[in-house]
Ligand binder design. Structure first.
Ligand code: TXA
Ligand code: MG
Length: 309
């Protein structure tokens, strides 16, 4: 792997064909990628991340046509794909092709999670490769997802044969995961595409139920090493305060001085990592509004703080 400047999309595609892992840039977070059809390569992802095998992976493809080759799309899934792809939305549909997305990639489920990323680097790799690429976030399991090339290399670069440098991730939070199964649409993981944006396309979301769960939503997740407290107004001695809005805390540690949710999402995981490097007594986070993109930010914060329903 060439770390300075990274590898080309063609080199990454060759590594995928050989059954090796790659670091894949996307607009949400960096992924650790493998050919979805090669079970041994997929197993290497679980091993590198220390990820439980009951947690299925997202298959990334170049366009909606490639998506329909591996999943079964009804009219609602098509409408969501048309509205938000390429982009930070993952659709869980019934699986169509069990060979191109192997059992291990789906954790044995009859469904498959599919995303068409918008990032030019990701799209170049997917076009050069020509098949589905499974890629979980490139962090070791339980840690914050990497949103810069350097952070991705630090987390799981040891396992990758090729690494594509796509710069800092513009979104900074993982994709929204929505299941479209048995004519019901459910939100499994809040993300960059908001609940309101999805409901504008398919009407109100159902609460899910059997088959509409995200097996990977562990309670403690996305966590830095330092203990995290959320909704904090007054930080304790030795805590770093990640502020939100004008005049809150040290501007160097602000998620967004202007109180902008997009900026806060893009900065969150990076600031977790930078705060950890100062070995603070803890990381305190200012209250973040819960509407729009705030739902996804607060979801990640609650998990980082270790309490989640
Ligand atoms: O933004 C993203 O989605 C990033 C980038 C790299 O694309 N990837 C990512 O992957 O966050 P990962 O593996 O960290 O999260 C995938 C989520 C997990 O919560 C998993 O349980 C869920 O998607 N998932 C995958 N397949 C599923 C399925 N068949 N049914 C329900 N949930 C599924
Ligand atoms: Mg992850």
């Amino acid at each position: 792997m060439s770390l300075r400047g990274g590898d080309t999309p063609e080199q990454a595609a060759d590594a995928l064909r050989r059954g090796e892992l790659i670091l894949l840039p996307t607009e949400t977070v960096y992924g650790l990628g493998a050919d979805a059809g090669q079970a041994e390569a997929v197993a290497a992802i679980f091993e590198a991340k220390g990820r439980p095998r009951f947690n299925p992976l997202i298959s990334h493809v170049a366009d909606a046509m490639a998506a329909e080759a591996i999943g079964v799309f009804d009219s609602q899934a098509r409408a969501l794909a048309e509205a938000f792809w390429p982009g930070p939305l993952t659709l869980v549909t019934p699986v169509r092709d069990r060979d191109r997305v192997c059992d291990l990639a789906r954790a044995g489920l009859d469904s498959v999670a599919i995303r068409v990323p918008g990032h030019a680097g990701a799209r170049a790799v997917l076009s050069a490769f020509g098949g589905p690429v499974v890629a979980p976030s490139a962090n070791r399991s339980g840690r914050p997802s990497p949103t810069t090339f350097a952070d991705a290399v630090e987390e799981t670069g040891f396992a990758a044969a090729a690494a594509v440098d796509g710069g800092p991730c513009a979104v900074g939070l993982e994709s929204t995961v929505v299941s479209v199964l048995e004519r019901r649409v459910s939100l499994l993981r809040p993300g960059a595409v908001t609940r309101t944006e999805i409901e504008a396309v398919v009407g109100s979301l159902t609460d899910g139920g059997e088959g509409h769960r995200s097996p990977g939503r562990l309670a403690v997740h996305y966590a830095p090493d330092a203990p995290v407290r959320i909704d904090v107004i007054e930080p304790r001695k030795g805590e770093v305060l990640l502020g939100f809005g004008a005049g809150v805390g040290d501007p160097r540690w602000s998620l967004s001085p202007s109180g902008d949710l997009r900026e806060a999402a893009a900065n969150l995981f990076r600031l977790f990592r930078e705060a950890d490097r100062t070995h603070p007594a803890g990381i305190a986070v200012s209250p973040i509004p819960t509407q729009g993109l705030g739902e996804a930010i607060n979801d990640r914060l609650r998990r980082a703080a270790g309490f989640v329903g």
